[in-house]
Design a protein around this ligand. Structure first.
Ligand code: ZN
Length: 260
């Protein structure tokens, strides 16, 4: 029997241990990957983040929509980043300035620039967007030149340093025309392309909320690729932390155990 992400969300929302056990086993490895990328300075570790997600007000499990796994992980990423210590950039830049500066770029070029705010190197960006790292590097240079022309105080890492605040601003900038996750997921699965969907492409090219959303889903695909669930022994300390009882072995195993 396959236990789905949707069932997990329903079980977690209802406070059933089965949901939380599955959440810990399947998604603690994802949280570890997120911390490795986004946690800077003193590492507070995974435990306080898990504890915060476990609280009812974390709202991670409150959406009533059936959530496909990738959308759920995209939400989880936002919740995890919210728990991290804030970063203070040497020079600041806001979303409006970036939007104005990078206006001449194509959609793909804007995605490359945005992945820099998500702390991806040119090589990693190449993997995520299926382009040569040298191409990603070149586009970054172009974006840097455009931004330098718009700000008084520029630094090489201005996008990366401001990434956290920019991500929050982009996530909050949703408009009525913004695309649902399914449209992006269909695109990532190769079921659709921008071709012949001029209106959608025109919107996304202008909309940093949608560019951020798309880049986060691209990130999720990569996070889930080869994500290894924890074994019961590895998950046990986290179950204990959350006060979730370990799974009872199936009846036939308990019967066998009594026989030896
Ligand atoms: Zn949009």
């Amino acid at each position: 029997m396959i236990y789905t992400c949707y069932e997990m969300i329903a079980d977690c929302r209802a406070g059933r241990a089965e949901g939380w056990r599955f959440f810990v086993s399947s998604y603690v490895p994802v949280i570890r990957q997120l911390l490795a990328r986004y946690q800077s300075g003193a590492a507070a570790g995974l435990e306080p983040i898990l504890a915060a997600l476990y609280r009812p007000e974390s709202a991670l499990f409150q959406s009533l929509d059936p959530a496909p796994e990738r959308w759920f992980v995209a939400q989880l990423r936002q919740k995890v980043l919210k728990q991290l210590a804030p970063v203070s950039p040497a020079s600041t830049i806001d979303l409006e300035t970036i939007s104005a500066a990078l206006e001449p770029l194509t959609l793909v070029e804007k995605q490359v620039a945005w992945l820099e705010t998500m702390l991806y190197s040119p090589a990693e960006t190449g993997v995520l967007l299926r382009m040569a790292p040298a191409t990603a590097e070149k586009i970054r240079g172009k974006a840097a030149d455009l931004i330098r022309g718009k700000v008084d105080s520029w630094s090489r890492n201005i996008l990366a340093d401001n990434g956290r605040a920019l991500g929050v601003a982009a996530a909050a900038a949703a408009g009525a025309e913004c695309l649902p996750p399914k449209t992006f997921l269909d695109m990532l699965d190769g079921r659709t392309t921008w071709q012949g969907r001029g209106e959608l492409e025109r919107h996304v090219t202008r909309c940093w909320h949608c560019i951020d959303h798309f880049c986060r889903l691209v990130e999720v695909v990569e996070l889930l690729r080869g994500n290894q669930a924890l074994s019961d022994a590895e998950a046990a300390p986290y179950w204990e932390l959350l006060g979730v009882s370990p799974a009872r072995p199936p009846a036939w195993k308990r019967w066998l155990a009594r026989r030896v």
